[in-house]
Design a protein around this ligand. Structure first.
Ligand code: NAP
Length: 532
């Protein structure tokens, strides 16, 4: 059987893969996309759990590369729900005629670099092989579901669901005793909705999170019209901002203002309902513990106000880590859900799970009979989806070997020893600490410009220089170490996965500064990359 040869293989058909396909096609490349799902959407294809919605305002959590698309698409809510975001991505696929180059229900099982030809051999699980000059990995940051190895996990007799692998058909909770394990963003979004339908809901919480009210609503048409009227300017501001959203950068320390002023600011930000409002009220909240305490205390006080039962309120109150260093959540009615008679919180710090049984969950204190169990237990973030692919680069060295002690990468996009392979929003780029769509666009545009440059200058191979890679990797860690993040057990640190190396995975230098750095490198002929 002859192996087909294409210019580029793109893995994944979510926000990253779709745009990579569009952009590379625009260069005249012959592109093959592989997608495990049966349609486009990526994260928004898999995360169909009730309550799933974005927590960056939809007007910014959407593509900016096409002015007409941005002007014409209307979001029905400030934070659109999963079905609407999926419809948007389906619309993008139709509008730019993307599906014809995507093989759905096709999971890539291995990628091998062949030194003599300088090409990648990409093999799918059903044995199809294709050779490609370039590989773009748009596999997402949060797509390798973490199903923790709790004793007895497979014994449970009822349905077991994971928020990140939700069934396509509607799940009916009526009359059921449902258990949810995990209180990160996914758990916090789904718990209030499940509670409305289930006969009884038991929430198993290991670490309480800081959650802020979304105050979701229909967008104000005048506000949207204004943003759309000045779209190029707004897009530029977003692209050069710290987080990929419109926000005036803070200029003061939390400790420079009076307590009265600080509380008034936090109250205002709380009422606005954004993920970053409070965290970005002052310029040192993620760097200075004392400053951070002021914001953390403010949120803790709100939790106590919202929850009727004093013990439950205490159990829901996060302590012992800095606000923001575990990704905060944005919720609709989360804390008030615990005021319902039919909702119970189990504090696993006090009474750990001993085992899952056929009929429920047993903790050190009690047995909780359940009909359905939902794991909202997150992901092997950032490195998980890349390492799940069996990638072997130059000299037969696998990515798993190269990253055994944690990911090493130049700019979070290119890895030494893996020529012509690009990791969109990979570890070492702003990715997880930004509006992912803005970061995706930046990476895709930068890598496609790089490919265009290679072609224009008659080069066929590009690869990170080892020294530049080490310097960037050290810089990413140093930037992280200057903050409070490394002190917290979070998925940013890989700490949610047993045995995963503890390193700070995203780059905290800011979206705008990172973009400027990447643009400067491009203008200077890509120092740090070996072009052959
Ligand atoms: P997560 O933030 O990692 O939360 C997982 C939860 O499961 C945590 O509460 C964790 O407790 C708990 N858990 C894990 N293993 C456990 C075990 N063995 N026993 C008991 N509890 C366990 O995952 P996520 O909620 O899916 O969110 C991941 C990220 O996806 C978010 O931070 C966000 O970036 C993104 N996301 C965004 C949205 C959105 O609003 N747009 C929605 C969902 C997800 P510990 O904290 O103690 O580990």
């Amino acid at each position: 059987m002859s192996t087909r040869t294409v210019d580029a293989v793109v893995v994944g058909a979510g926000f990253a893969g779709l745009y990579a396909l569009h952009r590379l096609r625009g260069l005249g490349l012959d592109v093959q996309v592989y997608e495990a799902g049966s349609d486009v959407g990526g994260t928004w294809y898999w995360n169909r759990y009730p309550g799933a919605r974005c927590d960056i305002e939809s007007i910014y959590y959407s593509y900016s590369f096409d002015d007409d698309l941005a002007r014409e698409w209307e979001w029905s809510e400030k934070y659109a729900a999963q079905p609407e975001i999926l419809r948007y991505l389906e619309h993008v696929a139709d509008r730019f005629d993307l599906r014809r180059d995507i093989a759905f229900e096709t999971r890539v099982s291995s990628l091998r670099f062949d030194e003599p030809t300088g090409r990648w051999t990409v093999t799918t699980e059903d044995g199809v092989q294709v050779e490609a000059t370039y590989v773009v990995l748009g596999v997402g940051l949060l797509s390798s579901a973490n199903l923790p190895d709790i004793p007895g996990r497979d014994d449970f007799a009822g349905p077991v669901l994971h928020t990140g692998r939700w069934p396509h058909e509607p799940v009916d909770f009526s009359g059921l005793r449902v258990g949810v394990i995990g209180t990160g963003s996914s758990g916090i979004q789904t718990i209030p909705i499940v509670a409305q339908q289930a006969a009884h809901l038991t929430v198993f919480q290991r670490t309480p999170n800081f959650s802020l009210p979304a105050h979701n609503h229909t967008p104000d048409p005048e506000h949207i019209a204004d943003l759309k009227a000045r779209y190029p300017e707004v897009r530029e501001q977003v692209r050069t901002s710290s987080y990929g959203i419109l926000l005036d950068p803070p200029t003061q320390s939390a400790l420079e203002v009076s307590e009265e002023e600080r509380i008034a600011t936090y109250r205002e930000r709380w009422a606005e309902g954004t993920l970053t409002g409070i965290l970005q009220a002052y310029n040192d909240l993620v760097r200075n513990q004392e400053s951070n305490d002021t914001a953390a205390d403010f949120v803790r006080e709100r939790i106590v106000e919202l929850v009727d039962d004093p013990q439950t309120a205490q159990d829901l109150t996060p302590r012992g880590y800095a606000f923001g260093t575990k990704r905060p959540c944005l919720d609709t009615g989360y804390y008030a859900t615990f005021n319902r008679e039919d909702v119970e919180l189990v504090n696993l710090r006090r009474t750990p799970i001993e085992r899952i049984t056929a009929s429920g969950v047993r903790t050190s204190e009690a047995e909780y009979p359940l009909d359905m169990l939902i794991f909202a237990t997150g992901y092997d973030a950032m490195t998980g989806p890349l390492l799940a692919l069996d990638i072997v680069g130059r000299g037969g060295r696998s990515l798993r070997e190269a990253w055994a002690e944690g990911p090493r990468s130049y700019l979070g996009i290119s890895v030494a020893g893996f020529p012509n392979l690009f990791t969109v929003t990979g570890p070492g780029s702003p990715s997880a600490l930004s509006n992912a769509v803005v970061s995706i666009e930046q990476h895709v545009e930068w890598l496609s410009d790089l490919i265009a440059h290679l072609r224009a200058t008659g080069r066929t191979l590009v690869e990170a220089d080892e020294v530049a890679e080490k310097e960037w990797t050290d810089h990413v860690q140093a930037a992280g170490n200057a903050t409070l993040y490394p002190q917290t057990d979070s998925w940013y640190m890989g700490a949610n996965i047993p045995g995963k190396p503890r390193v700070f995975l995203p780059y905290i230098g800011g979206v705008g500064a990172y973009r400027a750095h990447c643009d400067d490198l491009a203008a200077r002929g890509y120092p740090g990359l070996l072009l052959r």
